[in-house]
Design a protein around this ligand. Structure first.
Ligand code: SF4
Length: 199
C-alpha cells in the first residue's frame, strides 16, 4: 500500500519518497522493513504533487505538516516547494526533516528557494565527528558529509525561521557533543529517542 501521509500525535507526516542521501543501518527502512506506527511506508511509486496534496486534507487540522519519509524529501525540492506552498496557502505550518545533504546532492544552494515555504527544518546529525558520522549513517559523501550538514544548518538560518539539529540517542553516541555543535552553529537542538520497539 502506498502510504503518502500518516499521523503521529497532532502532526501529519508526508512520505513522498523513500530515496535518501544516507543509508543509516538504524533506519526503519532496514530495521523494520519500512513499517512504522502501524503504517507501511514502502512506496511502490512516489506520489505526484497532486496525490500528496490530496492526501493532506485540511492542513490546519495539524500542528505541523512534516516532510519526513522514510526518505529525504529534499531529493525533490520542486515537489517540496509545490506541496509546501499549498499547505502555507491553506494556513498550515510546514516542517522539513532532512539529512542536511541536499545542497551537496544538487550541487547548488537550494535553501533560498524554501524561503516563505518552510516554517521549520530539522536536520539530523548523528555523529560528533566526520568518522563517527560516516560509520553511523553511511552517507553518500562519506566523511565530507559531517561538515556539509553543519554548513547546511548555518545556511538554513538565513531562510527558515526555526532551524534545529537533532540527534538520535543511539547507543554510544554522545548527544551532548552534538548539542554543543548545534549551539556553536547558532541553531536549536533536540535529542530524539532511539526506538527499540516498533509500535
Ligand atoms: S537519514 Fe533518515 S531516512 Fe535517510 S536512511 Fe537515515 S534514518 Fe533513513
Amino acid at each position: 500500500m502506498n502510504t503518502i501521509s500518516y499521523t503521529v500525535g497532532n502532526n501529519l507526516y508526508l512520505n513522498i519518497t523513500n530515496r535518501c542521501m544516507m543509508a543509516c543501518p538504524y533506519c526503519i527502512k532496514h530495521k523494520w522493513d519500512n513499517k512504522f506506527n502501524g503504517n507501511d511506508l514502502k512506496l511502490e511509486k512516489e506520489p505526484s504533487v497532486e496525490e500528496a496534496i490530496k492526501s493532506i486534507g485540511d492542513p490546519k487540522k495539524y500542528n505541523e505538516v512534516i516532510f519526513c519519509g522514510y526518505g529525504d524529501a529534499l531529493v525533490n525540492p520542486q515537489a517540496v516547494k509545490e506541496i509546501a506552498k499549498w499547505v502555507k496557502d491553506k494556513g498550515g505550518k510546514v516542517r522539513i526533516n532532512t539529512a542536511g545533504l541536499a545542497n551537496r546532492y544538487h550541487g547548488k544552494n537550494i535553501l533560498p528557494e524554501l524561503k516563505g515555504l518552510a516554517d521549520a527544518i530539522s536536520i539530523s546529525l548523528n555523529g560528533t565527528n566526520p568518522q563517527e558520522h560516516n560509520e553511523l549513517n553511511r552517507p553518500m559523501f562519506k566523511e565530507e558529509s559531517f561538515g556539509e550538514i553543519i554548513n547546511f544548518a548555518k545556511e538554513a538560518k538565513k531562510y527558515i525561521p526555526e532551524v534545529t539539529i537533532t540527534a538520535v540517542e543511539l547507543p554510544g553516541l554522545d548527544v551532548s557533543k552534538v548539542k554543543k555543535i548545534a549551539e556553536d552553529a547558532g541553531v536549536l537542538f533536540r535529542p530524539r529517542p532511539y526506538l527499540e520497539e516498533n509500535e
